[in-house]
Design a protein around this ligand. Structure first.
Ligand code: DGY
Length: 320
């Protein structure tokens, strides 16, 4: 039996899988584990199942000790994991790609609709109790039919978002490190362009690239200035890809028309200037937040940990 430490609450199905084979120490409080508690709990662990709220760095790996074999992150994004530090210690790091693709694309497209149709403003108005009535020019948004969606990062979630956009009559351009499968490009009638062209032609820009040193503040004042003044920016990837202070200025000055954010630069803090603006929809990192998806993510993370502990190749290792 190996010792498995789970650093936050995860669905029972995953805990049961782990408990069937190993000794599991799972954090069960609804508040996140403190760093000091985490460092002391991981001591002697053979596997650690982590949430994106925990930083997996050299300090944590060393606190676990040299017997540690696997860090199984319950997320597709792994900017909270120092993969090089894992590799240097012979620890395999894994993530959960695939299982949250559709749920996250649903949220990206919800934000596109909410921002372009001003649904947040409408909802706030009704709840406020203020008087309102139907009017020819009341809370007009902009339609999606015939408009262009620019997808930045055309992996699985970007493609799934583009597929939804096609059903709403949108054209697709994308910017990505590599060409996508030609059959999918044909199906979506998607054209690969560079970022400059994407910013110039898109009515909606949806961010789906991973957060790396290269994508830090990929969207700042210059990029907003290069977008149409009628454009909307949506980010469901990672907060630091967008310079939030610059976004607030662009939204306030009308450099772009609207935005929808699920993720934040210094999560859970949100740039105070954004909170003052009506033309941005703000939701609290809900991309993968369905019962089905969270269960699938946790079960996949458990399968990754179990595979490494039995000396097998895990289903979804991080290939950094
Ligand atoms: C992920 O898996 O990276 C998501 O952000 C979790 O919601």
């Amino acid at each position: 039996m190996s010792r498995v430490v789970v650093t936050g609450r995860i669905p029972d199905a995953a805990i049961e899988k782990l408990r069937a084979e190993h000794d599991v120490d799972a954090w069960s409080e609804s508040d996140s584990i403190s760093r000091s508690e985490l460092l002391s709990r991981v001591a002697g662990a053979d596997a650690i199942v982590t949430l994106l709220t925990e930083q997996v760095d050299a300090e944590l790996l060393d606190a676990a000790g040299p017997q540690l074999k696997v860090v199984a992150n319950v997320a597709v994004g792994y900017d909270n994991v120092d993969v090089a530090a894992c590799t240097a210690r012979g620890v395999i790091a894994t993530n959960t790609p695939g299982v949250l693709t559709e749920a996250t694309a649903d949220i990206a497209f919800s934000l596109i609709l909410m921002a372009t149709r001003r649904l947040g403003e409408g909802e706030r108005l009704v709840r406020s109790g203020e008087a309102w009535k139907w009017g020819m020019f009341f809370l007009l948004g902009s339609g999606l039919q015939g408009k262009t969606l620019g997808v930045v990062g055309m992996g699985g979630i970007g493609q799934a978002t583009a597929r939804r956009a096609r059903a709403f009559g949108m054209e697709i351009v994308y910017q990505s490190r590599s060409e996508i499968d030609p059959a999918i490009a044909d199906e979506l009638e998607a054209r690969r362009v560079d970022l400059d062209e994407l910013l110039a032609v898109s009515d909606v820009v949806s961010v789906h690239c991973p957060f790396t040193p290269d994508t830090h503040h990929l969207f700042g004042a210059a990029e907003f200035a290069a977008m149409k003044d009628s454009a909307t920016l949506v980010n469901t990837a990672r907060g630091p890809i967008v310079d939030e202070a610059a976004l607030a200025v662009a939204l306030r000055d009308g450099t772009i028309a609207g935005a929808g954010l699920d993720v934040y630069e210094r999560e859970p803090r949100v740039e105070p200037d954004l909170l003052e603006l009506d033309n941005v929809v703000l939701i609290p990192h809900l991309g993968s937040a369905t019962v089905e998806t969270r269960t699938a993510m946790a079960v996949l993370a458990a399968e990754n940990a179990l595979a490494v502990l039995s000396g097998e190749t895990p289903p979804t290792p991080i290939r950094a």
